[in-house]
Design a protein around this ligand. Structure first.
Ligand code: CAA
Length: 258
């Protein structure tokens, strides 16, 4: 499918989706969100793809939901239209690992989109924020729920109530991002992480992703049981036999997702 607001590239086994509305700092309008939902669904269904990278430009990952598009909307239009839903559902449904590679502004819906990914690699210029309070609203695609899970209540409240931005160094210190690299190395770092993930058994990758995500949804006891059952079930796979034999035989495993 031809997209106008995103660019999709599939290289080896990694799909890179680049948000591409440079004139609006990649603000999330309904066209972009629709295209993103479609591209994520296609990448997840593509057997060749083993990991997905979501990125923006050097200046902005995304500066939030599109304020121009939203500004005149009524409650009824927002309620019935819920134009964020297809994309948020699509991100949540992706079974393959998704890395957010963030440079520049990740604000409002941009910060929320990055947090929906499995982990965030940031460039030194990244700035995260939930400045919706400055517009007389609050976060609408998960910011009040996900940010405290990443950085704790104190910083999340601070960001949501004051609208201040968090730079990359603070974001790494606070647990919002997993690594920070110079801006020129951002894509190289994300691609190298994606390539590492792509080498693994997809069965184990999906199980790991589901188990970690479960930690945010359930009690410790239930989460531990869920993890143990997934761990046990992986012993029914050829990839477990291959992975452990390869270790013992001091060779590189050849996983086949079986
Ligand atoms: N929506 C629509 N357009 C946006 C936008 C947004 N969220 N953010 C930036 N733009 C547009 C600007 O209007 C401007 O367009 P024009 O040239 O046509 O005027 C262009 O992008 C460049 O922006 P600036 O001139 O403002 O660039 P800057 O470098 O001076 O400032 C910025 C950058 C600090 C990110 C500033 O653009 C800004 O504050 N943007 C808004 C951030 C924001 O409030 N985000 C939250 C949106 S609401 C939301 O996301 C709700 C939700 O949770 C679902």
């Amino acid at each position: 499918m031809a997209y106008e607001t995103i660019i999709v590239e599939v290289d080896d086994d990694v799909a890179t989706i680049t948000l591409n509305r440079p004139d609006a700092l990649n603000a999330l309008n309904s066209q972009l969100l629709g295209e993103l939902a479609q591209a994520l669904t296609e990448a997840d269904a593509n057997d060749k793809v083993r990991c997905i990278i979501l990125t923006g430009s050097a200046k902005a990952f995304a500066a939030g939901a599109d304020i121009k598009e939203m500004s005149e909307k009524s409650f009824v239009e927002m309620f019935l239209g819920d134009f964020f839903e297809p994309a948020t559902e699509a991100v949540a449904k992706v079974r393959k690992p998704v890395i957010a590679a963030v440079s520049g502004y990740a604000l409002g819906g941009g910060c929320e989109l990055a947090m929906m990914c499995d982990f965030i690699i940031a460039s030194e210029t990244a700035k995260f924020g939930q400045p919706e309070i400055n517009l007389g609203v609050i976060a609408g695609i998960g910011g009040t729920q996900r940010l405290p899970r990443y950085v704790g209540k104190a910083k999340a409240m601070d960001m949501h109530l004051t609208g201040r931005f968090m730079d990359a160094e603070e974001a790494e210190r606070s647990g919002l991002v997993s690594r920070v690299v110079p801006v020129k190395q951002l894509m190289e770092e994300a691609q190298s992480a994606a390539a590492k993930i792509a080498e693994k058994s997809m069965l184990a990758s999906i199980a790991a992703k589901q188990a970690v995500n479960r930690a945010f949804e359930t009690t410790l006891d239930e989460g531990l049981l869920f993890e143990r059952r997934l761990f046990h079930s992986l012993f029914a796979t050829e990839d477990q036999k291959e992975g452990m034999s390869a270790f013992l035989e001091k060779r590189t495993p050849q996983f086949r997702d079986r």
